[in-house]
Write a protein of this length. Structure first.
Length: 57
């Protein structure tokens, strides 16, 4: 749920503290976002997901 919480926050632009409880504690999601950003983990996740995209519509 952490990754989904990060995506929700990025998509909506809400403050971290207003993240819905269904994603867990906002501070946990925020800390992981910072850690994953610094380590390049988010870039790796997005690169992987972009390879799975189906461009034939």
């Amino acid at each position: 749920m952490t990754f989904e919480g990060i995506l929700f926050r990025m998509r909506t632009g809400i403050p971290w503290r207003d993240l819905p409880e269904e994603f867990g504690e906002w501070s946990t999601v925020y800390r992981r976002f910072n850690l994953w950003s610094k380590k390049g983990i988010l870039v790796d996740i997005f690169k992987y997901l972009s390879q799975l995209a189906d461009y034939e519509i």
